[in-house]
Ligand binder design. Sequence first.
Ligand code: 16G
Length: 246
Amino acid sequence: MSFIESIGDLDKAAPTPLYLQLQKGIREAIADRVVSADAAIPTERDLAEGFGVSRITVRKAIDGLVSEGLLSRRRGAGTFVVAPRVEKSFSRMTSFSEDMVSRGRRPHSVWVSKTEGTVTPEEALLLGLSPGSHVFRFHRIRYADDQSMALEYSTVPAFCLPSTDAVQTSLYEALEQSGHLPVRALQRLRAINFSAEQAEALEIKPGDAGLFIERRGFLVDGRTVEFTQSYYRGDAYDVVAELNNR
Ligand code: 16G
């Protein structure tokens, strides 16, 4: 069903002004996920035609939703549904896929590369491997619905997975299936500005703010199973942690 069909007809005889009826309809369509976070809604002209109302009425409805923070106008591109920021716990060891699913978002990735090779001296140190050990490397652009969220580079010792192809949508799912899901991790976070190349991959502006998070994940026996560098979009995340004073 199209966005306009899902809202249905406005009641022109009702005392409620048409722009308010339209706002209600758009709000409900967003809540029902007829249009996903960060996707464009139809143009003002299409909305005006679709509902048989003036462009002024449509603009008034949209202006209200823009001030509420539900929609945003992007010059030359249209009007988009503002994606809610993801609250990312800094004290729970979840995967990107879990974080998205638990918020009703659809995780998926665009693979930049999946390779295997011998550890570099730096990786050997980070993963606690001897020189010559085999590793798998995964480089992905990560999405929630249609919104780009992060760039991720993971290196995993080859003993943890049957092959690079074992990882389809979720690295942690593949590690769990092979009995090598990390049970503990060390994490480091710092603020960054995205380079031109990174910004292009994420379809954002060069210099936009981001969070750089490095995670080393360990098995029960202390072996390192993952070294991941994640570059999260700063406008997509709130990092939260629960603290106790003892
Ligand atoms: C998260 C982890 C990352 C892990 C990835 C697995 C942080 C800061 N990083 O992005 O270390 O490799 O999830 O996600 O949380 P996946 O199972 O969806 O591939």
